[in-house]
Design a protein around this ligand. Structure first.
Ligand SMILES: [Mn+2]
Length: 155
């Protein structure tokens, strides 16, 4: 949650932003670091990024939405984390619209849908790591419309 807390050295900073073009929304999140990255945070960041990229590899038309979410669910559970926030949502005239990408959605992705891919790990009272791209679904693959770097960014 946004707050007035002053940013300190080694803080992860989660930036969730987007813009509108001719009425259509975009959505992206990057988590960057102030000064340095604590060693304990690196595996968490790496896990989120790895899941995000695996989902990107799978996203295509006729892919079962709940199976997509399960990829992340299973991977997080193996590492003793939980996917609290849903994996993604449709992006269009509204910033959050159908299809909602979560483990309960029985529907399938369809060509030309635009959805977010945003796995995140949130540790209450500590920090959150989320990486989010806006993705266009094609027949056999997908195109990430967000081209910003996803490696470690330290400012
Ligand atoms: Mn989003």
């Amino acid at each position: 949650m946004p707050s007035d807390r002053k940013i300190k050295n080694a803080d992860p900073i989660l930036i969730d932003m987007g813009c509108k073009y001719k009425g259509y929304c975009s959505d992206m999140t990057r988590t960057i670091f102030m000064g340095c990255i604590l060693e304990e945070i690196k595996p968490v960041y790496d896990l989120v990024l790895n899941c995000q990229e695996r989902v990107l590899e799978e996203m295509r038309s006729n892919y079962n939405i709940k199976s997509l979410s399960r990829i992340v669910d299973d991977s997080f559970k193996l590492n003793n984390y939980v996917l609290i926030h849903s994996l993604g949502h449709g992006v269009g005239l509204d910033i959050h619209e159908m299809p909602f990408v979560n483990s309960k959605n029985e529907n399938f992705l369809k060509e030309n849908m635009v959805v977010s891919n945003e796995p995140g790990i949130y540790l209450p009272g500590k920090y959150g790591i989320r990486i989010e791209d806006t993705v266009l679904i094609n027949k056999t693959d997908c195109i990430s419309l967000t081209n910003s770097d996803k490696g470690y960014v330290v400012i």
